[in-house]
Design a protein around this ligand. Structure first.
Ligand SMILES: NC(=O)c1ccc[n+]([C@@H]2O[C@H](COP(=O)([O-])OP(=O)(O)OC[C@H]3O[C@@H](n4cnc5c(N)ncnc54)[C@H](O)[C@@H]3O)[C@@H](O)[C@H]2O)c1
Ligand SMILES: O=C(O)C(=O)C[C@]1(C(=O)O)C=C[C@@H](O)C=C1
Length: 365
């Protein structure tokens, strides 16, 4: 597989992150891109990530050795029709969509099976857009690869090597198996997160006390409810069967819990929590794998105006960038504390040391 010119259609969170990683690890590759916002595309050119901005999906893409489709899943499938007449057989097509059966079926129908390798990085965030794209987004995350039948083995191996070179963890799967797995570990969890948010919206009073009091647990489990509705609508439309299977199983589980709580069956409820805790604890938290380690500590608040600003200034003076900072109130701490999250381990260690020098009380969890 030649890799002189790589194309991108869609340069948002995922397309932008892959393009940035390619630029970082393969600086000489020529990259061209099309996206709807020409201003943002120009920014990617100005930053040196993309070499050429395309104002449409046209003949310029015929020069690509590899073409990434990085729009929402149904949009990617539609672009294939437009691309087919202009792409040479030597151009390898790939996508980053969260569902795979739909695009594989489209590829087969268009006779493109021999030049398509499906892809899906199991990394992302609730944020969208090129502005949030990061070189390291896919680092240490599984990158699922679903080759079309007829793609030469050497080409698959070369694509696997490319994914590894971007520091992601390639995993080759059948696309149907991919769709069942992601229905359970990604698609259903998004439905649950959003419906929990809806539940609170429905049951909260006019004083919005629920919204105000909601603490770590609710926020942890609902972060992903802030994700893009366009993306999630299309995921639900293209993986409905698998999502319904997972949803049925989940509903049955909730009904069983309902019966056990109604019947005050304490032992069963205890066994349920114990089993799920043990399984959850067996999921690796280390940097390898889809769950990224967070580098956060807690710090007693100085009860005076400008307390957060002072702390932020101290960290800035040490060259430390803050990923997230906020006051939290929960039962873990007697008083309100600041939660400070850094981007990486070195910054975390440096921040803790620096703040302790300034006599801040730091809690590490
Ligand atoms: N966000 C995640 O966590 C995540 C993770 C893995 C894979 N994915 C998949 O990656 C793909 C892109 O998601 P993202 O998170 O980068 O979204 P995003 O919103 O950040 O970017 C989407 C890109 O597609 C373009 N686009 C959207 N609708 C379009 C249309 N109708 N015509 C042309 N271009 C259009 C946008 O302009 C943007 O450039 C999706 O297929 C999604 O399923 C997302
Ligand atoms: O971390 C997040 O915010 C995500 O939702 C990422 C996430 C997921 O894990 O469900 C979302 C959709 C993708 O297709 C892959 C990854």
């Amino acid at each position: 597989m030649k890799m002189n010119t790589i194309g991108f259609i869609g340069l948002g969170l995922i397309g932008g992150s892959i393009a940035k990683a390619i630029r970082a690890y393969h600086p000489d590759v020529r990259m061209i891109a099309y996206m709807r916002s020409q201003d943002t595309l120009q920014k990617a050119v100005d930053e040196g990530v993309i070499n050429e901005a395309c104002s449409e999906v046209g003949e310029q893409f015929a020069a690509c050795d590899l073409l990434f489709l990085c729009a929402p899943v149904e949009t990617n499938a539609r672009y294939l029709e437009q691309l087919k007449p202009m792409l040479p057989k030597t151009c390898l097509l790939t996508d980053v969509g969260s569902t795979k059966t739909d695009i594989h079926e489209k590829v087969d129908a268009l006779g493109l099976t021999g030049q398509f390798i499906g892809g899906h990085p199991m990394a992302g965030s609730e944020k969208t857009g090129y502005e949030n794209a990061k070189t390291h987004l896919i680092e240490n995350a599984y990158y699922i690869i679903t080759p079309g039948t007829g793609v030469p083995e050497d080409t698959v191996n070369e694509f696997v090597a490319l994914v590894s070179s971007l520091k992601a963890l390639p995993l080759v799967l059948d696309y149907r198996q991919h769709d069942f797995i992601t229905a359970c570990v990604s698609h259903l969890p998004h439905l649950i997160a959003s419906s929990l948010v809806e539940l609170v919206k429905d049951l909260d009073g006019p004083d919005e006390l629920m919204k105000r009091i909601a603490a770590g647990g609710f926020k942890d489990i609902t972060r992903i409810a802030s994700s893009s509705p366009d993306m999630w609508e299309q995921i639900c439309m293209t993986n409905s069967e698998n999502i319904l299977k997972a949803l049925d199983h989940y509903q049955a589980q909730l009904s069983r819990l309902r019966t056990e709580i109604t019947g005050k069956e304490a032992d069963k409820i205890h066994a349920f929590f114990a089993a799920s805790r043990d399984y959850r604890n067996s999921i690796p938290e280390a940097s390898a794998g889809p769950l990224k380690k967070t580098y956060a500590f807690y710090c007693d608040m100085v009860d005076e105006a400008g307390g957060i600003a002072t702390l932020a200034t101290i960290l800035a003076s040490g060259g430390i960038s803050i990923k997230n900072i906020g006051i939290i109130h929960n039962r873990e701490f007697e008083e309100a504390v600041l939660r400070v999250e850094l981007y990486e381990e070195d910054a975390y260690k440096k921040a803790v040391e620096l703040l302790r020098k300034y006599r801040y009380t730091i809690y590490e969890r």
